[in-house]
Design a protein around this ligand. Structure first.
Ligand SMILES: NC(=O)c1ccc[n+]([C@@H]2O[C@H](COP(=O)([O-])OP(=O)(O)OC[C@H]3O[C@@H](n4cnc5c(N)ncnc54)[C@H](OP(=O)(O)O)[C@@H]3O)[C@@H](O)[C@H]2O)c1
Length: 446
């Protein structure tokens, strides 16, 4: 880098890559003002199809199909990785770091799996590795945890960090769409991929929670440490019962630090309608952070998309350039070693739970069900019982008081063995208290 110009290498020119080209071109003046440079340009970009790349019309970029040409170019000081995937992206980032280049990535899959190693490698090479865009796209949440809240002790991070599932749950809740209809609409609008498995199965959110928990608690967290349950079993009936109880169903990523360890989970959770996360709709993301000193803060915005994600990437580039010009490395200042915080056994996690079951509408059925709850030390906070199928069956919905996941799961296992219980239809975790809306709606409250 000379005093006036910095050359960037770009790996990948897809959705985010083209957004980056637009931001760098269109915000050039602002970017130069923020960094004190005269020019910030992409010198070389890795693409798969040279003809298609030339068709974009971006000026003065050399396109190559060989990523190593980008990461070994001596004029390039900062490499941006937005090609996605694991193996090649990792190899190219490692090569770039070893060549003394700073790296900015949006790759959550890679950072969740190999983030700790790559960060250590960056530190050894005295360069920076930044990854703001890997969590919640356009929301500067990593910067908030790293800088804005750096003087506080973070105790809990609760997030809606997957736009696809939030879009689907919003449509199911507000427009009464079924799961399949909501997924189809999300795919048509480009909010869900043709293979939505990692979104609806919770894996995408789990990867982001690994990154958030590591950074928030300065601890080592692996993907296997996360309790993951996706939204594939969610039905409109569950959402409707939630509404009656004053809850909204959200796919929630939760990382919380207790005295004896930490919990990291992703699962559909009923949150009270008045909770700020309940109002986060459509494809938007939000992350709620609890700090000992600051209390509660919420960060809200677009979790994906070409320009929002590109904004996060280019803002990381601005930070890198500033550090370069000041001759400091944020990495070098920080002790990047992580404390080891034990991950709690998922059975010991304490929460309230919701269960919906079908039972025979016969004398003594309710007593048998309550006996199973008592045996497992699980007590009810709310219960709704309504007859259906000409009175042959009853639908029972129970919200428990705080209990452990282990005791709750054991209760469900024991209920399945009862003659009077014909099926357990659904179960969810519940955050916060139940609103007193049942009486107002004249529901059968036992
Ligand atoms: N899209 C978002 O809103 C968003 C938000 C946050 C984070 N991210 C992350 O950002 C990264 C990029 O996402 P994206 O949506 O921009 O993906 P994308 O549209 O698929 O773009 C990736 C680009 O990289 C190219 N590429 C991949 N492997 C290549 C190779 N071996 N050689 C040459 N070119 C190669 C692809 O070319 P082909 O198309 O020819 O395969 C494609 O043009 C991913 O890690 C993603 O998780 C994306």
């Amino acid at each position: 880098m000379d005093n006036k110009h910095i050359a960037i290498g770009l790996l990948g020119l897809g959705t985010v890559g083209t957004g980056i080209m637009h931001i760098i071109t269109e915000h050039q003046h602002k970017l130069c003002k923020k960094t004190g440079l005269n020019e910030i340009s992409v010198k070389k970009a890795l693409v798969r199809d040279l003809e298609k790349a030339n068709g974009h019309g971006f000026q003065s970029v050399d396109y190559t199909t060989d990523g190593y040409e980008v990461v070994t170019d001596e004029d390039i000081h900062v490499v941006i990785e937005v090609m996605g995937g694991i193996t090649l992206a990792k190899e190219l980032i490692e090569k770039a770091l070893d060549q003394g280049k700073h790296v900015v990535t949006a790759n959550k899959d890679l950072m969740a799996l190999h983030g700790e190693d790559l960060l250590q490698r960056a530190k050894r090479n005295q360069v920076e590795l930044m990854y703001e865009a890997s969590v919640a796209g356009g929301i500067p949440i990593l910067r908030a945890l790293n800088d804005g809240l750096s003087s506080d002790q973070i105790t809990k991070i609760v997030g809606i960090v997957n736009g696809t599932t939030n879009y689907m749950l919003t449509k199911m809740s507000k427009e009464d769409l079924s799961y399949d209809e909501a997924l189809k609409e999300a795919q048509e609008k480009g909010f869900a991929e043709s293979d939505p498995t990692s979104d609806v199965g919770g894996l995408d959110a789990a990867r982001k929670m690994v990154i958030l928990a590591r950074l928030g608690f300065s601890t080592s967290v692996e993907l296997d440490d996360v309790y993951v349950r996706g939204m594939t079993e969610v039905t409109s009936d569950d959402i409707d019962y939630g509404k009656k109880l004053g809850y909204t169903l959200k796919l929630i990523g939760l990382a919380s630090k207790e005295e004896n360890g930490a919990e990291v989970s992703v699962e559909p959770v009923f949150v009270p309608d008045e909770h700020p996360l309940a109002t986060v709709n459509d494809e938007f993301n939000a992350v709620y952070v609890y700090g000992d000193a600051v209390g509660e803060t919420m960060f809200y915005g677009p979790g994906a998309g070409s320009l929002p994600t590109a904004t996060a990437v280019v803002s990381d580039v601005v930070s890198v350039i500033r550090h370069l010009r000041l001759g400091v490395s944020a990495n070098a200042l920080e002790d990047s070693s992580t404390t080891s915080l034990e991950i709690s056994d998922e059975r010991d996690v304490s929460a309230k739970f919701f269960v919906r079951l079908h039972a025979k509408d016969v004398a003594g059925a309710f007593e048998s069900i309550t006996a199973v709850f008592s045996k497992n030390n699980v007590s009810f906070e709310k219960l709704i019982q309504s007859p259906f199928e000409q009175g042959a069956l009853a639908e029972v919905v129970i919200v428990t008081h705080e209990t452990t996941r282990g005791d709750f799961d054991q209760t469900l296992e024991d209920l399945k063995l009862l003659d009077v219980v014909t099926s357990i239809k659904s179960r969810y975790r519940v955050e916060g208290g139940t609103a007193d809306v049942l009486e107002e709606q004249n529901l059968a409250l036992v």
